[in-house]
Design a protein around this ligand. Structure first.
Ligand SMILES: [Mg+2]
Length: 197
């Protein structure tokens, strides 16, 4: 039997559609282009009021992304193995669990990796990709994509948004469904018409 394809998925901006991604794209642009910061380092909220603001921002990740139905179909029919990898800081764990339960997609994932030690997101993701020997990883953060892609044997698929779409990258897709379909095509996984649950 053919080995089941292991797909890792980032949460914010990949499994969940997050309107704040647009805002984050501007922050990244500001950091690189205006302030000239090249080193990849993510801000960690230090004070309680900052953490509170951070929770509010992440609570805006309220919609399952276009493609979450396809993801559920592929996992439920054992066509792929889905692994959720989120680098969200630990104080956001509860909100994530609640969200997964609310939209009934918790069972879709074979493993759920939470960044409980508040490691830097790119380092945490690299570690988990290696740990589960993921064949693919779908990520929306362009900096993380660029960090992971040369150093990792996994194939990194990028979900872009309207502000960073002009960046050049071989595997770039506008949203989850397109990325999943591209992987299925590559791996010759057939998607039944009208697959929706
Ligand atoms: Mg993300």
């Amino acid at each position: 039997m053919k080995k089941k394809i292991r797909i890792g998925l980032d949460f914010d901006g990949v499994v969940a559609y997050n309107p704040m991604r647009i805002f984050r794209a501007w922050v990244a642009f500001l950091k690189h282009r205006i302030l000239g910061i090249r080193k990849l380092r993510f801000w960690y909220p230090k004070y309680n009021w900052q953490k509170f603001m951070w929770v509010i921002i992440h609570e805006s990740s309220i919609f399952p992304a276009a493609g979450s139905e396809l993801l559920a179909y592929l996992a439920e029919n054992n066509l792929i193995e889905a692994h959720l990898v989120t680098a969200r800081y630990s104080f956001l764990d509860d909100a994530l669990r609640k969200w997964l339960k609310k939209y009934k997609i918790e069972h879709v994932f074979k493993t759920i990796s939470l960044n409980t030690n508040d490691e830097q997101p790119h380092l945490f993701k690299k570690k988990i990709i290696n740990k589960f020997r993921l064949d693919y990883f779908i990520e929306d953060n362009y900096d993380i994509v660029n960090y992971l892609s040369p150093k990792n044997p996994s194939k990194i698929y990028w979900i872009y948004n309207i502000f960073d779409r002009w960046y050049d990258y071989p595997e770039k897709y506008p949203y989850l469904e397109k990325a999943l379909r591209a992987i299925c095509q590559k791996e010759k996984i057939k998607i039944k018409a009208g697959y929706a649950r």
